[in-house]
Ligand binder design. Structure first.
Ligand SMILES: [Zn+2]
Length: 403
């Protein structure tokens, strides 16, 4: 009986494998993924398109040099063991009561192109392609710098996540965690498209990974990740997180732009229009005075708006992206990056202000006209004191667009 069953099963799986084609492990692999396509009315619709995955080593496991997918894991941010952990290893164990394992994507081969065979396979394959595009974008932004540090980030797919804050959703979300991992939570309520399929969202999370890598060396014990650090307006943690959020939106737009579907309002593909509007950094009326509730996103959006508007005025988006990433970590003498500024002043948190951080970025904008425009934008939108922006050229003035 047993051998009959096992031979039945092996025939069944052999058939299944045949039906699903034999996915080639050789990159590049031609696959169908869901991508945003702009229609005549200016709106984007997600459509299946043939794309190449160029960094995969095993397509069924979605395993490659950019990311490796892991399924079946549980992350518990409320585990009582977190506060008693004495090493990084113990801390990781406390966070992950279930470590999970390889995923299994299924494909059907048609004329040399792999079509994902079910919902999860579509979602995972598209998410991998999204991360690959984000990596390629940052590879260009890095220029001559080595991008090895941006490879091999695991993606916890359909993660069973117990958030620290009960108000936070354990569904319909995607995030970067400073354990150097990406997480995609189960989809439940969305009428639109899931986070992992939204290239803007995945690129936003990947941009957090880049920031964390450059600024904090992706070290979970960095003080800016400390759970005990109060997340209140004006603290270094608030300022760093605000900048991080604004820049993540800026670069996510850059990734959509790089695939020829630029849309600064990519959040509206997934969130409702009203939520997305709050983070719309192309809205020229977004200014500090209009803020009712200051949080890391509103402040971050004003930074993103300043960088974006100045870059657009000069038609220098790519250069701006490079200047900003150069400013994350700098070994140029006399020109500290955000990392150096943060480390140097960590013992004197009062030295880390929105203006001081703005000055670090301004110092890295080599094109003087672009620096003037960025200063003008910041003076307007963030209502900075002119004297506090020591790295602004003399001719910088308020645009007075924000009155
Ligand atoms: Zn974010």
């Amino acid at each position: 009986m047993r051998s009959l069953l096992s031979s039945f099963l092996s025939v069944f799986f052999a058939l299944l494998f045949l039906a699903c084609g034999t996915p080639s492990s050789e990159a590049p692999v031609a696959v169908m993924v869901l991508v945003p396509v702009e229609k005549a009315n200016g709106r984007h619709v997600f459509e299946p398109q043939k794309k190449q995955l160029t960094t995969l080593s095993d397509i069924s496991k979605l395993e490659g040099s950019v990311s490796t997918f892991i399924g079946g894991a549980r992350m518990d941010e409320n585990s009582p063991k977190i506060d008693t952990a004495t090493s990084l290893e113990e801390l990781k164990q406390a966070y992950f009561p279930k470590k999970g394992g390889s995923v299994r994507a299924q494909f059907i081969e048609k004329n040399g192109v792999l079509w994902p065979a079910d919902f999860h396979s579509w979602a995972m394959t598209t998410a991998y392609w999204n991360l690959e595009q984000a990596f390629f974008y940052f590879q260009e932004v890095y220029g001559a710098k080595d991008t090895k540090e941006l490879l091999n980030i695991p993606t916890y797919y359909w993660l069973d996540h117990i958030p620290e804050d009960e108000k936070e959703s354990s569904k319909d979300n995607a995030f970067y965690h400073n354990f150097r991992l990406m997480a995609v939570l189960p989809f439940k309520d969305f009428q639109t498209i899931p986070m992992s399929i939204n290239i803007g969202v995945m690129a936003h999370e990947y941009a957090h990974f880049v920031f964390d890598t450059r600024v904090h060396r992706a070290d979970p014990s960095s003080p800016s990740h400390s759970r005990s650090d109060p997340h209140v307006v004006g603290t270094p943690r608030f300022i760093m997180d605000a900048i991080n959020e604004g820049l993540a939106d800026f670069h996510a737009y850059g990734v959509t732009r790089r695939i020829g579907q630029g849309n600064p309002n990519f959040l509206a593909w997934t969130l409702d229009e009203k939520e997305a509007k709050k983070r719309d950094f192309t809205d020229r009326s977004k200014c500090g005075a209009a803020l009712e509730h200051v949080n890391i996103y509103t402040v971050g959006t004003l930074f993103a708006a300043s960088f974006y508007q100045a870059a657009m005025e000069r038609n220098m988006f790519d250069e701006m992206a490079q200047y900003l990433v150069n400013a994350y970590d700098s070994d140029v003498l006399g020109k500290p990056g955000i990392r150096q500024h943060y480390i140097h002043n960590n013992a004197h948190p009062q030295n880390i202000t929105l203006e001081s951080v703005a000055n670090v970025f301004l110092a890295h904008i080599d094109d003087e006209e672009l620096r003037v425009r960025t200063c003008n934008q910041m003076l307007d939108r963030l209502e900075f004191n002119r004297e506090a922006l020591t790295n602004c050229p003399v001719r910088s003035v308020r645009n007075r667009e924000c009155q």
